[in-house]
Ligand binder design. Structure first.
Ligand code: AP5
Ligand code: MG
Length: 210
């Protein structure tokens, strides 16, 4: 199964990706995580990506597409994979169509009014990448999944989040129609709990597996 997770910043792509990866054994490929790893290691790609990510803008298509193309050639993707945060533009979707076949696009729909709070209150595990929200952490500073330290992403501040949401509306939202026309889109309501969202997604994935 080759899957794409689509949704606005804060929709819960990463939260669902970790559940889907655990439940269905699919490698989780997040372009945001790849960029953050490159920033941490101060690679040339990291330096370039940082200048866009800090402003809430998209990293140029050529750079992003090349990274994904290389990643999909790795052996763990042979039996299927899950893309989180890619594609994010029509040009990226067209580039992807040239190198692979997608089976399903899961579009997580969330009221925009919820996203600012979700993102500004998010804490992320620095080791496994699991996402949490301060409202449910009760002061806990370690990851319940792996024990890693939790931190706040630099782009999770009101100004950068607003710019990420604007970029989503202008450049990423058109992908909903793009994949709907191809008959690949599965819409799931993301306003409910992570468990409820995963239950809906699981029903669809189980049906697809058969
Ligand atoms: P990326 O890391 O992909 O960020 P994003 O798309 O802005 O998405 P987020 O990771 O912020 O949100 P999410 O949907 O994963 O939400 P999460 O599950 O964590 O990209 C970062 C940057 O990299 C981009 O801005 C861009 O610059 C660059 N980039 C990446 N890909 C690119 C590409 N293809 N092309 C060009 N540039 C690219 O959840 C958020 C919060 O909500 C958490 O606190 C979580 O606990 C909570 N939550 C989740 N689900 C629920 C729920 N059901 N109910 C209540 N709370 C919930
Ligand atoms: Mg994410």
């Amino acid at each position: 199964m080759n899957i794409i997770l689509l949704g606005a910043p804060g929709a819960g792509k990463g939260t669902q990706a970790s559940r889907i990866s655990d439940g269905y054994g699919l490698p989780h490929i997040s372009t945001g995580d790849i960029f953050r790893a490159n920033i941490k290691n101060q690679t040339p790609i990291g330096l370039l990506a940082k200048s866009y990510i800090d402003k809430g803008q998209l990293v140029p298509d050529e750079v992003t597409c090349k990274i994904v193309e290389n990643r999909l050639q790795e052996p763990d993707c042979k039996a299927g994979y899950m893309l989180d945060g890619f594609p994010r533009t029509i040009a990226q979707a067209e580039a992807l169509d040239k190198i692979t076949k997608i089976d399903l696009v899961i579009n997580i729909e969330v009221d925009f009014a919820l996203l600012m709070d979700r993102l500004c209150g998010r804490r992320v595990c620095k080791d496994c990448g699991e996402s949490y929200h301060i409202s449910r952490l009760n002061g806990e500073t370690k990851c319940s999944r792996c024990g890693g330290e939790l931190y706040q992403r630099k782009d999770d501040n009101p100004e950068t989040v607003q710019s990420r949401l604007d970029v989503y509306n202008a450049q990423t939202a058109p992908l909903i129609e793009y994949y709907s026309k191809k008959g690949l889109l599965f819409n799931v309501v993301g306003n409910t709990t992570p468990e409820d969202v995963f239950a809906e997604v699981s029903k669809k994935l189980d049906a697809l597996k058969q």
